[in-house]
Design a protein around this ligand. Sequence first.
Ligand code: AMP
Ligand code: MN
Ligand code: MN
Ligand code: MN
Length: 289
Amino acid sequence: MSEPLSTRSLCWDLHCHSSYSDGILSPQALVERASNQGVTTLALTDHDTTAGLPELLSAALDCNLDIVTGVELSTQWAGSSIHVVALNFPLDCETIQRLTIAAEHGRILRAQELAERLEKCLKIPDSHSGQLLSQAQQLANGAVIGRPHFAQVLCERGYVANTAQAFKKFLGAGKVGDVKSQWPELVEVVEKVRQSGSVPVLAHPGAYKMTRTKLRRLIETFQSAGGLAVELSTPAHTPDFSLWLTGYLNERGLAASIGSDFHGPSAWSELGASKPLPLKVVQPVWSLF
Ligand code: AMP
Ligand code: MN
Ligand code: MN
Ligand code: MN
C-alpha cells in the first residue's frame, strides 16, 4: 500500500525506458531503482510500446511507488522526427493499442530500410546482405527495434568506436540511417491521443536542434492538434532553454512535464534526478490526470 500522498515529499519522473524498447533495465529493476532514488510517481514511456506496463504495475504493488501509464510515440513533422509522450491511459485503451501496433510495424519496415541503407553506405557485398538486420534483431531480442540496436551492431563490427560515434557518423539526424518515412504525422498522433482521453505531452523540445522560430511553430501545431503539456525538466534542456520555454508555456497556457529519459545507468541521467518543476510559475502535467 502506498503512503497517503499528503505525507510524502513528491518526486515525479514521467519519462523513462525499459528493456521492452531501448532501455537496459527490466520494469521490475526500474521500479526498484526508482524507489531507491526517492521517486514517488513513475511513468514508463517506452518507444512505441506499452508491453512493459503490466510488469511495471505488478512490480510496483510491493513498493511505495505510484505508476502512471505512458508511451513515447514516434512521429514526424516538417522533416524532423518528433516524440510525443502519451500519459495516463487505461491499459486496454484501444486508441493507444492501435497507435503502438502501427508503430511497431513501422519500426520493422524502418529497420529493413535502415539496414539496406547502411549496407550500401558501408559497401557490404550482396553475399552478406541481411546480416546487419539479423544482428540488430538478435540484440533487440524481441524488444521494439531502434537505432540504438544498430549503433551496437556498428560498434561490434568495428565501424565505430562507440554509440555516440555511431549516431554522429551514421544514425543521427540527417545521416544515412535517419529513416523517418515510416512515422505517422505529429498532428494525426496528437489528435488521436487527445481523443482517447490521455494526456499528449511534447517530449524534450530542446533536443530537436531547431531555431526558436521553428520551435514556436512546432509547439503551436502541437497545441492546435490537442497537445496539453510540454516537457520542461529533462536532461536535454540547458538552463537558458528552460527559462525561455517556461515563459512560452505560460504565454500559451500549456502545462509542464518532468522526466529523466532514463535508458540505463549512465552519467547522463538518473531516475528522479531532473530539476523539480517551478510550481509557482508553471502548471504541472499531473494536474491534468
Ligand atoms: P529510434 O527510437 O530508433 O529513432 O532511436 C532513437 C533513440 O536513440 C533515442 O531514444 C535514444 O535512446 C538514442 N539516441 C539518440 N541519439 C543518440 C546519441 N547521439 N547517442 C546515443 N544514443 C542516442
Ligand atoms: Mn531511446
Ligand atoms: Mn525521445
Ligand atoms: Mn525517451
